[in-house]
Write a new protein. Structure first.
Length: 118
């Protein structure tokens, strides 16, 4: 089992920055999961934001956030981050972190709210 807890959400203005954190506990990461960030805006489907391969550090981003968001991890702290810069109103959503050891994300956090408005 893996427990994931997000933090760092808040209310910001367009153009501001925010950093989300996802603290992981439970099952060790010796088998190198893929950790990801997803988001769900009101009335919309959940969408992929970015992922990182825990051991290799390779990253992948959705086109909508490429160049503005940066995913990273601190293996010593078992924590993943999402640095979000140049935030837009369309980035407002509940952000979730997730983990998978195979093809399916089967561990999810509870979510953290990001509000972007002027």
């Amino acid at each position: 089992q893996v427990q994931l807890v997000e933090s760092g959400g808040g209310s910001v203005q367009p153009g501001d920055s925010l950093r989300l954190s996802c603290a992981a506990s439970g099952r060790t990461f010796s088998s190198s999961p893929v950790m990801g960030w997803f988001r769900r805006a009101p009335g919309k489907e959940r969408e992929f934001v970015a992922h990182i391969m825990w051991n290799a550090g390779a990253t992948y981003y959705a086109d909508s956030v490429k160049g503005r968001f940066t995913i990273s991890r601190d293996a010593a702290k078992n924590t993943m981050y999402l640095q979000m810069n140049s935030l837009k109103s369309e980035d407002a959503a509940v952000y979730y972190c997730a983990a998978r050891y195979g093809a399916v994300y089967n561990y999810w956090g509870q979510g953290t709210q990001v509000t972007v408005s002027s």
